[in-house]
Design a binder for this molecule. Structure first.
Ligand code: GAP
Length: 528
């Protein structure tokens, strides 16, 4: 955790501003048809969301960009679409029945339920905010002469907060690693953590809460019919290892990629689509020869970061966070963190999972899950490097990084979503300058031609400025305008959403011009 370098100060300073920004992003997402609360006419369902007309397009484009980067551009990665419902023994073998839980605590007065570790994390965040406040004050006091690193090291007040943060984090990690719920409760009591809603310190003991949703298969009501909604897509890949091996011509090292829904009964689901109870994952399991996992872990770390950076957002929005404390099955793990409006948080996980999953499924199913290597003439259980990213979290990252408010030269304001063109819901809007003089007819013809290749929109209502604003608000990267010159020389203007610069192009060249701008190769370059 880089909590004591100057970076944290930078992201904590605009906390209030960021909260405001986050509110604006969520209401923009609703107003322009990206995301709606689920079952809204019944007051919504907590941490479950629906995607609207623009949101569906953006979400599909994100999935497509990932799928093509992983499956189409890697000869040795194949796809899979496994069922959400799986045999219950899968989750015993994977460890989810026994270990996929979060520590839960109830407040006896408010009757509110919390994640015990989150309460401690929130307390740590408060101290970090205090450190940040001190830095801000000192910066104001010392002006240009201010040296943040020196100040962080020397200020006695900051030293006190640092110690609290360090000591509390150490105790929290130890308690979580040892599954020591009593120590966790002691920590909450000692720190005098109060219920954020009622201020009460009247807590129950901490207990474990399994995050898997269960349901029943068929009409049988005994315990054997209990099944789960999958909490991750990964296990569908492991249990199909032999099927894929037999039916495709893959050779180690190779990967199996999958996009699909996952479900987790999160105790506290906050921050819009960041933590949901029903969400979608894009996961890839890469099977390698034991002993080569370190080099493949390094490869996928770099490759996945390259994918994120290919979208062209500011590189300072991303960072790696290597895990110090590893899950029992992992020998290395890192997160790609993204700077959301509420701070740096996990966007994607890259895990070196050893042979844990295949070995455990071998033991539980009694079926061999091995690879025969014709070169070495050995049969072995492969090691696995996993890349796992949430579609919805990626959606939120794109939305947050794209949302921009600008004051234009004439003093007017615009809200523009600077969504990378390759992901934008609508790629091109075709607009007749006026609703007369034969301009709409020409514009319609252009739209009817472009729609075969691109998600296009036609709009002739309102003044041209208002139409540009409407397209800016949903992130349409290009607007084609048909004006009187079009009738004279067969050219139209193409307006760039971000720069608002316009250039003329012949109608016949429009398609090729847009194809070049939106081509996968323009964005992802040549795969390594
Ligand atoms: N198979 C490994 C796995 O599931 P994870 O770190 O639990 O690992 C992987 O989840 C990714 O799935 C996360 O990095 C995040 O993007 C997404 N994710 C996890 N829980 C989520 C939730 N409740 N809501 C939205 N996205 C979630």
């Amino acid at each position: 955790m880089a909590i004591f370098d100057t970076e944290i100060a930078i992201f904590l300073i605009p906390r209030v501003m960021s909260e405001e920004l986050f509110k604006k992003i969520t209401s923009h997402a609703k107003e322009y048809g990206f995301i709606f609360p689920s079952s809204e006419i019944y007051d919504g369902l907590s941490a479950v969301y629906d995607y609207g007309p623009q949101g569906t397009l953006l979400k599909n484009n994100i999935k497509d960009y990932w799928w093509k980067a992983m499956v189409q551009l890697h000869e040795n990665i194949v796809g899979l679409d496994a069922a959400i419902l799986m045999h219950p023994r899968v989750w015993k073998a994977s460890g989810h029945v026994d270990a996929f839980h979060d520590p839960l605590i109830d407040n006896k007065d408010s009757k509110k339920r919390y994640r015990a570790d989150q309460l401690v994390e929130d307390q740590i965040a408060k101290w970090e905010a205090k450190i940040d406040k001190e830095v801000k004050k000192a910066r104001k006091r010392f002006g240009d002469a201010f040296d943040p690193r020196k100040f962080l090291e020397e200020s006695p007040r900051i030293q006190k907060y640092r110690q609290l943060v360090e000591e509390t984090r150490r105790r929290l990690n130890e308690a979580l690693a040892a599954n020591d719920l009593k120590s966790l409760k002691d920590l909450i009591d000692e720190l005098e953590i109060a219920d954020p809603v009622s201020g009460s310190r009247n807590w129950t003991d901490v207990k474990q809460f399994n995050l898997m949703f269960d349901t029943r298969l068929g009409a049988v009501s005994d315990a054997s019919a209990k099944i789960y909604l999958r909490p991750e897509t990964a296990q569908g890949i492991f249990v199909n290892f032999n099927n894929v091996l037999k039916t495709s011509r893959v050779k180690i090292p190779f990967g199996i990629a999958q996009i699909g829904k996952a479900f987790r009964n999160e105790i506290v689901a906050r921050q819009f689509i960041f933590r949901m109870r029903e969400f979608e994952q894009m996961e890839m399991q890469f099977f390698v020869r034991p002993g080569t996992e370190k080099e493949w872990f390094a490869y996928w770390k770099e490759e996945r970061m390259r994918w994120h950076l290919s979208l062209g957002f500011d590189p300072s929005l991303y960072r790696f966070h290597d895990h110090e404390q590893l899950a029992h099955y992992a020998d290395a793990a890192t997160d790609i963190e993204f700077k959301f409006p509420f701070g740096f948080k996990e966007l994607e996980g890259i895990h070196s999972r050893t042979d844990f999953d295949l070995r455990s499924h071998e033991e539980h199913s009694g079926k061999k899950l091995r690879y025969y290597d014709p070169e070495t003439r050995e049969s072995y259980i492969p090691y696995v490097i996993e890349t796992s990213i949430g579609v919805d979290r990626m959606f939120l990252a794109v939305l947050s990084a794209s949302y921009t408010e600008e004051t234009l030269e004439d003093g007017s304001q615009r809200v523009v979503l600077k969504i990378p063109a390759v992901l934008a819901p609508v790629k091109v809007a075709v607009l007749p300058l006026l609703k007369k003089d034969g301009l709409p007819e020409i514009a319609r013809d252009i739209f009817d031609e472009l729609k075969w290749d691109f998600m296009a929109a036609y709009d002739e209502k309102d003044a041209i400025g208002r139409r540009y604003r409407r397209q800016d608000a949903i992130g349409t990267p290009y607007a084609v305008t048909v004006d009187h010159q079009t009738k004279e020389d067969g050219t139209v203007t193409v307006r760039d959403r971000d720069t608002m610069a316009q250039y003329r192009v012949r109608i016949e060249e429009l398609k090729t011009d847009l194809q070049r701008k939106l081509h996968l190769k323009t964005w992802l370059g040549s795969p390594s």
